[in-house]
Design a protein around this ligand. Sequence first.
Ligand code: OSB
Ligand code: MG
Length: 382
Amino acid sequence: MTNSPSPAAALEKILVPKIDRVDLVTVKLPFVAPFGTSVYTWTDKEAMLMRLESGGVAAWSECVSDPDPFYFYETNGTARHIIKEFLLPLVEPGATLGETEARFRRVRGHGMAKATIENGLLILIALQKGVPLHEILGFPARKIMSGLSIGLKETPDELVAAVERAVAKGYHRIKMKVKKGQDVDWVRAVRTRFPSVRLMVDANGDYSLDDLALLQRLDEFGLMMIEQPLSYSDIYEHSLLQKRLATAICLDESIHSLADAAAAIALGACRIVNIKQGRVGGLMESIRIAGYCAARGVGVWSGGMDETGIGRAVNIHLQTAEGFSLPGDTSETSNYFDKDIADPPVVLDAAGFIAVPPGPGLGVTVVPERILERALRWERVR
Ligand code: OSB
Ligand code: MG
């Protein structure tokens, strides 16, 4: 594909530290409001966390799967199984991260499980060196653009009110979820109230090519993009659709790797890629995809999985990487939780930007009492 060095080349050479202990801890945090999508409505975030301990230093990472397979095939249950039985046994102190990633490739798929370990190792390495994660990734700190993902609402008025609050906060772009029967009129309601706000929709795969005429009606609203209009597993039909739409298509669910992104771009299936570091198997693959897309004029942004403060901080550090050109689904902690398990919470500054939390590792402090308070399960696995 290309002979230029991978933007993750330096990362691949970093050595895996010795690991004294590994724990998997499942927590459940109630959302401030239910989050509705075309595939499911979540009322809380049930997250599986990983705690790596090495020489008295503890690093927390988060598996971005849900307890259910409604957005993605992995679940907290499959991730626990794959991590315990197949991935952790492949993690060998003294091997490089590149070698570790290569060993992980023998396990097909299960990127969220792989990313949980890779995130944890990188955070641990950053903590041991006393530097922020973004520095280990190879990028200087920069302010991150913000974006809000608004779930399906009961009425257009409720949706417009949510957009009003987001605009008042200064979010750089607003995404609204759509589904069949809750699309054109709802977009029009928002557009009528806010003719020029940077707006996009996310269908989570609810449409098919039979809906072409309907999807074409969205072209009149000047949307930044339509995210994953067709099936979660499709690339080819998106390429047919993109030829018939003025609005850019963004792929989310369909992209599991750099190879998927390359195929989608070659086919003209999208003009924008949503990178969720867990869905693509980790931060190194995310950095490769972002670099690949940027070199081809394809827009990139960081998606979110309604993460706790741990996964949210990972997404913020990732967005210092080259290629992240568009505002992502990175919004304030208060949009999700009254009380998160890490401090400080994510907040927007007066211009709508998010600062990378300073300090070693993620730059956020995990509060053990809050984890214990919310823990459903605590299992030592190594
Ligand atoms: O499709 O991007 C999605 C949340 C859970 C599962 C899938 C998606 C989402 C979001 C919200 O849109 C992202 C966030 O605010 O973290
Ligand atoms: Mg999406």
